[in-house]
Design a binder for this molecule. Structure first.
Ligand SMILES: *[C@@H]1O[C@H](CO)[C@@H](O)[C@H](O)[C@H]1NC(C)=O
Ligand SMILES: *[C@@H]1O[C@H](CO)[C@@H](O)[C@H](O)[C@H]1NC(C)=O
Ligand SMILES: *[C@@H]1O[C@H](CO)[C@@H](O)[C@H](O)[C@H]1NC(C)=O
Ligand SMILES: *[C@@H]1O[C@H](CO)[C@@H](O)[C@H](O)[C@H]1NC(C)=O
Ligand SMILES: *[C@@H]1O[C@H](CO)[C@@H](O)[C@H](O)[C@H]1NC(C)=O
Ligand SMILES: *[C@@H]1O[C@H](CO)[C@@H](O)[C@H](O)[C@H]1NC(C)=O
Ligand SMILES: *[C@@H]1O[C@H](CO)[C@@H](O)[C@H](O)[C@H]1NC(C)=O
Length: 391
């Protein structure tokens, strides 16, 4: 009995490592597209990557790919010809660097493109500061075996990417190894963007993936207004929700997109008490359907927090509360373009409220807990040896 007590700190130790910041990789835009992703391939376990990509694609083919417009399927295979040159080059580079068939890398990018199930929040505090948070959840809503395969793989492959130009960060974002688009990103002191999947609407007229438009906007847009304009107007391949946040009071909006243009732009309206917007995977003007488990709890949690108490910590907490965060959540990002250095992503496994994304500096509570747990493990191991020895 006494000996089994040692299991307690071991379990706690597992928790200690359940939530962690992803690895950070620098991708230089000054390098030719084919060579840009070399630092990523040096960082990840390439044999794991080679092993998992065909599995993800298999699930994708069996599941979501069926929903694609029939026109798109044959073209997927030689999509390379239709892509903007920069991205075609990056995809070729990924294929040769990893040793994965280029068709598979293209399909991988399509698999991820259909998978942004999530919750995004834009909020303004009482000082007029704008915050932006997002959870990225499970893909493939059809089959739970493939979901769990994908969720596990996606957690392992989550990376924070610093896109560098002239030795400086041009913009940054969070993505999955092998995926060249972004679902979450920041252009420092200008704006932040997240994307949420809408429905299965597809148009092949312009092969700009919704996640490429996020990247392009981060790369090119001069301001929040410019970003909002591009995200609303540029033709894309899918229907999508774009959530954009700026730096000035009132600069926050949810753009509901179809392929050709905006269906709706829903901005913050703090003077009328509309200090936050929550977007899940359903149109905000309709009541949430039963399948939307996230919208109402998230709104309630924000209401309970209160505008005067919105910080990185409290926003992270809102995104940690069940069921906004659940077993399908892959990562949480909190960001604020006005304080770009605080951009923070945590890979989720247990949805524990930890202070990785804290407003305050110094030792985080998770660090402290881990130190305490490490010390107690040593003590308990000693006790264990001692009680074994006595028997
Ligand atoms: C890399 O991945 C392979 C295949 O999944 C695995 O066998 C190997 O142990 C991994 N290596 C490391 C260092 O994690
Ligand atoms: C990639 O895979 C496709 C089909 O799976 C195959 O037709 C093609 O020859 C492969 N390409 C290379 C370079 O191996
Ligand atoms: C798998 O999905 C079915 C229905 O889609 C559900 O009833 C079942 O509980 C799920 N299993 C797990 C392990 O989540
Ligand atoms: C596709 O993109 C081109 C160039 O950006 C544009 O001229 C054209 O109108 C777009 N097609 C559609 C259907 O949006
Ligand atoms: C897509 O959005 C455009 C611009 O708002 C609108 O004119 C068009 O009717 C929409 N198409 C569909 C299918 O909703
Ligand atoms: C949130 O608070 C606002 C203002 O107090 C209120 O109008 C709204 O109904 C609340 N929403 C929910 C879901 O409780
Ligand atoms: C904001 O936080 C303060 C102190 O933590 C608390 O007293 C107050 O009730 C909070 N406001 C709301 C609306 O919850």
């Amino acid at each position: 009995m006494k000996c089994s007590l040692t299991l307690i700190p071991l379990t706690l130790a597992a928790w200690c490592y359940a939530e962690f910041p992803p690895r950070i990789v620098e991708v230089s835009l000054d390098e030719p597209p084919k060579e840009r992703w070399a630092p990523l391939m040096k960082m990840i376990n390439v044999s794991y990557f080679r092993e998992i990509v065909p599995q993800i694609i298999d699930q994708f083919r069996q599941g979501e790919a069926e929903k694609l417009h029939p026109d798109i399927k044959p073209e997927l295979e030689d999509l390379e010809a239709y892509m903007p040159r920069q991205y075609a080059g990056e995809i070729q580079g990924l294929a040769s660097l990893s040793g994965v068939n280029i068709t598979d890398i293209i399909l991988l990018n399509f698999a991820y493109e259909l998978t942004a199930f999530c919750t995004s929040i834009v909020a303004q505090d009482t000082n007029g500061r704008i915050y932006h948070g997002r959870n990225l959840d499970k893909p493939f809503n059809n089959n739970n075996e493939s979901s769990s395969l994908f969720v596990k793989a996606a957690r392992k492959l989550t990376v924070d990417i610093l896109f560098m130009r002239d030795g400086k960060v041009a913009y940054r974002g969070t993505s999955f190894a092998g995926y060249i688009g972004l679902w979450t990103g920041q252009s420092a002191n200008k704006f932040t963007i997240s994307g949420n999947q809408r429905d299965d609407g597809f148009s092949l007229e312009n092969v700009t993936l919704a996640s490429w438009l996020i990247r392009e906007t981060l790369e090119e847009a001069a301001s929040y207004k410019d970003a909002l304009e591009r995200l609303s107007k540029v033709p894309i391949i899918t229907h999508i929700y774009y959530i954009v946040a700026g730096v000035q009071p009132g600069e926050g909006a949810v753009v509901t997109r179809n392929s050709s243009g905006e269906a709706d732009v829903w901005e913050l309206d703090p003077p009328h008490g509309q200090w936050f917007r929550v977007q899940t995977n359903y149109d905000h003007w309709n009541p949430p359907p039963d399948t939307d488990k996230h919208r109402t709890p998230t709104i309630n949690a924000l209401n309970a927090t209160g505008q005067e108490n919105i910080t990185f910590d409290s926003l992270f907490k809102v995104l940690t509360v069940y069921p906004t965060c659940d077993e399908t959540t892959i990562y949480t990002t909190v960001m604020s373009a006005g304080t770009p250095e605080k951009y923070c992503t945590v890979v989720r496994e247990k949805c524990i409220q930890i202070k990785i994304c804290s407003d305050s500096k110094g030792i985080t509570s998770v660090g402290l807990i881990c130190i305490i747990i490490s010390i107690s493990i040593i003590i308990f191991v000693c006790l264990f040896l001692w009680c074994k020895y006595r028997n």
